[in-house]
Write a protein that binds this ligand. Structure first.
Ligand code: BG6
Length: 480
């Protein structure tokens, strides 16, 4: 790729992104087992409920509604959806494989043929239109059995189960999938371990010990997956996936600047350092000492981590985070998952996520400056209410404005010298929100007639942004 160029390089990977649990539905079809998102109730309190002490990880249809069970029924409608992606000109489609379609409980010895066959059909359909799949191996879809019986990623045994799962899908799809990522937003577990690690620390005292031990297991599993992937699919590219929200110091008080730096190291860089450089960063040793973290590391783990480094960094970017060392309750930013205080220079979405396209340019520069490996923006987008007009049109100019500014920021980052592989905007078709379970928090270019109460026909309808994005792709980002 040519550096410091204006515009987008030839072969730039334009597309959209999803996750199995948020689109597929068919939660009991094809021998699929239950996963963590299958016990997530709908509503803004869903993550609190999941993390509450004593939560039994059972489905209780009397008490709750479960929007992920049907989601948008991609399981049955994937042909129609992929045809629409093709109409927009997608070069790639980011999706995840549901671990429980392949290993329903997670600890079986043999994979489930019906699950494997489903993704064969999806990949074939994508290739019919020349769309390359970009596959996340684990996106908030951990088998529930591994959560209940093994305590999630706290258990070393899960490494073996994951390796079996990853090896099965590499073998099966070696001719169909060339772009892979291991764990979605791996660093997000520092804020919310339940969705990706399958446990909530028992108390504050053991929080870091348990979380970092689970990270260690995931690093080993990721490195094994990278090595196996390279053996089975030599022309594959396999990346990690980081939730990146650059941390701005609230002001020039050195205490706040230092605080922002340390938060950034821990939250934004720690996992990426291990994945990309293949070693634990030195700054984490002090953190471990101060929080009494003692990792159990088996012989060969560190060598494996060194050998299994990733080819690229996939990142999600939704917002920046402004922060200070001591903050009053009323200063805290509302609604976002990364914390911090309100930034007076930024507007926020209806869900309180601050909108900061310049922050994307900053993020890409920071990451590329630190690692010099290709970057891939695999999530970015605006969760917003959409209005269906009387004539049936959906004029989502707010979304177009948001995406335009973020795409411009990527273009600037490329001109800055950043090596950027592609862009898959999040929720290219409306899907179930991860944090709230709402359908009304819509991200898509394609409207899905499904409402928060579960009603709706599931009919698909292109929004105004559909035609806008189609032209963006057709002109390789020249016409925004
Ligand atoms: C990312 C996740 O954190 O943000 C997605 O990888 C999620 O799964 C996306 O859907 C947007 O968050 P939300 O809560 O608006 O769905």
């Amino acid at each position: 790729m040519e550096h410091n160029q204006h515009g987008f390089p030839e072969g730039f990977l334009w597309g959209g992104a999803t996750a199995a649990n948020q689109i597929e539905g068919g939660f009991r079809e094809g021998n699929k087992g239950l996963n963590i998102s299958d016990v997530l109730p709908g509503g803004k309190e869903r993550l609190k409920i999941l993390m509450s002490p004593g939560f039994n990880f059972e489905i209780d249809n009397e008490k709750y509604r479960y929007p992920n069970h049907e989601a948008i029924d991609f399981y049955h409608r994937y042909k129609e959806d992929i045809a629409l992606f093709a109409e927009m000109g997608f070069k790639v489609f980011r999706m995840s494989i549901a671990w429980t379609r392949i290993f329903p409980n997670g600890d079986e010895l043999e994979p489930n043929e019906e699950g494997l066959a489903f993704y064969d059909r999806v990949f074939d359909e994508l290739h019919k239109y020349g769309i390359e799949p970009v596959v996340t191996i684990s996106h908030y879809e951990m088998p529930l059995h591994l959560v209940k019986e093994y305590g999630g990623w706290r258990s070393r045994q899960v490494v073996t189960f994951f390796e079996r799962y990853a090896t099965s899908i590499f073998n099966r799809y070696k001719d169909k999938v060339k772009y892979w990522m291991t764990f979605n937003e791996i660093n997000g577990a520092l804020k919310m371990p339940i969705m990706s690690m399958g446990f909530s620390p028992q108390n504050e005292e053991v929080r870091y010990q348990q979380t970092f031990q689970a990270f260690h297991h995931q690093f080993v599993a990721s490195a094994m997956a990278v090595k196996t992937c390279k053996q089975i699919i030599p022309d594959a590219q396999i990346g990690c996936m980081i939730l990146f929200a650059p941390v701005y110091s609230y002001d020039s008080n050195p205490e706040n600047v230092l605080y922002a730096l340390k938060e950034e190291e821990l939250f934004n860089y720690f996992c990426a350092d291990v994945h990309v450089r293949g070693v634990y960063p030195t700054f984490i040793q002090r953190f471990f000492k101060e929080h009494s973290v003692e990792l159990e590391i088996q012989d060969g783990d560190l060598e494996l981590i060194k050998e299994g480094t990733v080819d690229y960094i996939g990142l999600s970017y939704y917002m920046s985070r402004t922060d200070k060392k001591v903050k009053a309750e009323e200063e805290k930013a509302n609604g976002n998952i990364v914390g911090g205080v309100k930034n007076p220079f930024l507007k926020a979405s209806d869900w309180g996520w601050e909108i900061d396209p310049v922050g994307l340019r900053i993020s890409l520069n920071k990451l590329y400056g630190r690692y010099q490996v290709p970057l891939f923006v695999v999530e970015n987008g605006l969760g917003a209410y959409d209005q269906v007009e009387e004539d049936g049109t959906i004029n989502d100019d707010h979304r177009i404005d948001y995406l335009r500014e973020h795409i411009k920021a990527m273009e600037e980052a490329i001109a800055d010298g950043v090596e950027l592989m592609g862009y898959t905007s999040w929720g290219c078709i409306d899907l179930v929100s991860m944090s709230t379970g709402e359908m009304s928090k819509r991200y898509g270019f394609i409207y899905v007639d499904k409402q928060d109460d579960g009603s709706g026909t599931l009919e698909r309808k292109p929004k105004k942004s559909f035609y806008w994005y189609k032209n963006v792709i057709a002109t390789n980002g020249e016409q925004l």
